[in-house]
Design a protein around this ligand. Structure first.
Ligand code: GLP
Length: 244
């Protein structure tokens, strides 16, 4: 794994935005995998600001988000889809038809998961997958467990992950859905290039285990160690347990 350290979240976000925008300029048909959460907020702010006025042509870029809550009303502002519209999609020249998203209110969630895998395949696979990491080491909603799912699936959320998402649900973790749809480990590992971002001291243990620990399904992000092209971008807080 290639580790890049930054003094703070702002510098990290600016550097990552530069990399994403350069990738789009170099390959206008880039297929991007995107995360939600607190960590990528700075990235999306930078992408909005630096793509404005059609400075960057997003019209052929395709995106696939990692995950989505199950069972929310299609008009719910708490859907990850609504988050992505507000933080990025509404502000850049992306073609709505090129936005890949899991539909958490689909009548048959298993069929929806298969549709998503097929859509990623038909797009030619993900060129650049950006990931956050949960404090418990999850990526997407692949939660620590004795076994992990390979492909897009319905996931039961740990209380810790529901607590981490409570800020989007009026601060009460019991309002956070118990289930979500998520890309699986193989879906993520099939990306040609992966950049994982982590900020803040509450991620330090997970980052340490992911990079310096054994590969374990109890820390799903550690499985990224087998991927040949992973970059981990960390701020001072998230890197405080790393040796060297
Ligand atoms: C959430 C999402 C993940 C995200 C992670 C970290 O629950 N499902 O995709 O990367 O947890 O979130 P945050 O960046 O808010 O710490």
């Amino acid at each position: 794994m290639n580790i890049e350290r930054f003094e703070d979240d702002e510098l990290l976000s600016a550097a990552l935005a530069t990399r994403v925008l350069e990738s789009i300029v170099a390959r206008p048909t880039l297929v991007l995998g995107l995360p939600t959460g607190r960590t990528p907020l700075g990235l999306y702010r930078e992408l909005r600001e630096r793509s404005g006025g059609n400075l960057i042509d997003w019209s052929q870029v395709r995106t696939f988000n990692l995950d989505e809550f199950a069972g929310l009303d299609p008009a719910s502002p708490n859907r990850y889809r609504a988050f992505m519209q507000a933080e990025l999609f509404d502000h850049v020249s992306i073609d709505p038809a090129n936005i890949g998203f899991l539909n958490g209110s689909a009548p048959d969630l298993k069929t929806e998961c298969r549709r998503y895998e097929d859509a990623i395949d038909q797009a030619g696979g993900i060129d650049l997958q950006i990931l956050g990491i949960g404090a418990n080491g999850h990526i997407g909603f692949n939660e620590p467990a004795d076994g992990l799912c390979s492909h897009t699936h319905v996931a039961e959320l740990e209380t810790e992950s529901r607590e981490a998402n409570a800020q989007w649900f009026g601060g009460d973790w019991r309002n956070v859905p118990e289930r979500a749809l998520s890309m699986g480990m193989a879906t993520i590992l099939n990306a040609r290039k992966i950049i994982l971002i982590a900020t803040g001291a509450e991620k330090a243990d997970a980052v340490h285990g992911m990079i310096e620990g054994l590969i374990s399904t109890r820390l799903p992000a550690s499985i990224l160690q087998v991927h040949p092209r992973v970059t981990v971008m960390v701020d001072r807080g998230a890197s405080q347990r790393l040796s060297g």
